[in-house]
Ligand binder design. Structure first.
Ligand SMILES: [Fe+2]
Length: 226
């Protein structure tokens, strides 16, 4: 395990996404109690992360890491057991170094994330739920959607360093995926685009944090109604 790794550290700013005290339909409503996180298999994750770190030293790191990820999510239940059942939108970071970032991303039911780029190669492998990616490209100084990748459990997609995508969980349950990047994802200033105007902005951790916070509030309120 690398010293650079921050084990299950939910990052601050762009990634610190914990249960929010925002009330459902009234400022006086108390926050709902959330169940304790599911048990996780850290030894399994340690092996997976070590395999990814070794593969990232390959001459073709994205392809080599993709093989590791594809093998891992080909048994989605094992990966789910290793990461834990998602119950809150957020990013759980397993490794962060100059040439590799690995985290699990959890999306609440029907959560959306605006178009953004990474400026480094990326891999996404789904271990529970489904993640729909809209692929965008720049045309005449604005974004145009040109394709989609619908990822189900066990699916892996490879994105080049030029990719721009937005993400939707179309399901009425949580989606969880392993996201791997060929660089330090959190130390790179990238771009994000307003979902309605498609105005390009520098990546802003505070904006992303609020997206996750609102998604968690909606999920909690929806659960309270059932
Ligand atoms: Fe992304």
């Amino acid at each position: 395990m690398s010293e650079a790794m921050t084990r299950r550290d939910v990052l601050k700013g762009a990634t610190a996404v914990l249960a929010t005290a925002t009330a459902c339909g009234g400022a006086s409503a108390p926050p709902r109690q959330r169940p304790a996180p599911a048990a996780r298999n850290s030894a399994e994750m340690d092996r997976f992360v070590a395999d990814c770190i070794a593969a990232a030293e390959d001459d073709q790191p994205q392809e080599a890491v993709q093989e590791v990820l594809t093998r891992a999510v080909s048994e989605p239940r094992a990966m789910l057991a290793a990461v834990g059942e998602p119950d809150t939108a957020g990013l759980t970071v397993f490794h962060r170094s100059e040439n590799l970032t690995i985290f699990a991303a959890a999306w609440t039911p029907q959560m959306n994330l605006m178009p953004h780029n990474h400026l480094m190669w990326a891999l996404i492998g789904i271990y529970t739920g489904r993640e729909d990616n809209i692929l965008w490209r720049r045309e005449d100084d604005r974004l145009t959607g040109y394709g989609a990748e619908c990822l189900f459990e066990g699916d892996v997609v490879a994105l080049p360093d030029t990719a721009i995508h937005s993400v939707t969980n179309p399901l009425e349950r949580f989606t969880g995926g392993i996201h791997i990047y060929g660089g330090d994802f959190f130390a790179t200033t990238r771009s994000q685009w307003d979902p309605e105007s498609l105005t390009e902005q520098p990546s802003d951790g505070e904006v992303i944090r609020r997206v996750f916070e609102r998604a968690n509030t909606r999920a909690r309120c929806a659960a309270d109604e059932t």
